[in-house]
Design a protein around this ligand. Sequence first.
Ligand code: G3H
Ligand code: 13P
Ligand code: NA
Ligand code: ZN
Length: 308
Amino acid sequence: MIVSSKKLFEACYGKYGIAAINVWCMEQVHALFRAAQKADAPFIVQTTPVARNYAHPEMLLSMISAAAKIHPDTVFAVHLDHGTKEHAMDCIESGGYTSVMIDASHEPFHSNVALTKEVVEQAHAKNIAVEAELGVLSGVEDDLVVDQKSSKYTRPSEVEAFVNQTGCDSLAVAVGTSHGAYKFSGSQGLQFDILKEIQQRLPGFPLVLHGGSAVNFEEIQRINAAGGQLGIDAKGVSTDELLKAIQYGVCKINIATDARLIWTRVHREFFKLSPAQFEPIIPGKSFMDALETFNLQKFELLGAVGKA
Ligand code: G3H
Ligand code: 13P
Ligand code: NA
Ligand code: ZN
């Protein structure tokens, strides 16, 4: 059953996390709905503009509604991830999405507010929720001075004004994560002092953590053992950090990189171990099964099992 992310966030706030899983192919859609059906866990299925361009928007939405028919007990929201105003407006117009993200976080505060507000007005008229972002999520470089480093994080002093002026329904915050497989250097991790202050200023308001992949080091080692050349400094968000973030108001945890790593590991191992094979559905099935297991474990550690 397709539901509003607002309902999912009201139920989970401060208690458990909702995994927001990026999909761009059929195998991922199967792996996600199968795991959710087994775990009885609510989730968000999300597509980026890149994924919509790759698979075609109709193809992605059709796969999602087919999966919902195959797994009728699933409870989920359908979300546009990292849209521009134009992408968001397109999804609001064409339907199929229960929420959209307008990512104008690279803009100055006032244009971020203006762009987000325009999307909120259109979206709310159609009962669609809006995720906005404040603060710039990116890899933090070691050679940046502290001042520059902290200027990338969400400024807690700005969050109330931003939410009040835009009317957005959830807020993605930059508190130390980045997209991809290389999130942290050294012992660096999530900036809980910033997250705590954001929560104090927005009590009960759903926060979103982008860059939520775990980047399991065993996957990195297996990829490299099968011919890959990923850096051994690959690092993701630990379970402890995710659970602590949930206490501080993070409701939605975005995950894309972990699926890319599993895809890469499965295919590299297949080609290395079975060099005479040329049957795509063999690694395809391995990928679906491995991803289903990953999703199940993710629902468990986020505390979402049995909450659908
Ligand atoms: O944050 C977004 C995703 O990790 C990027 O995915 O390659 O589909 O844009 P994409
Ligand atoms: P990861 O790169 O950690 O998977 O983050 C995904 C994300 O934030 C999608 O919006
Ligand atoms: Na998003
Ligand atoms: Zn993201």
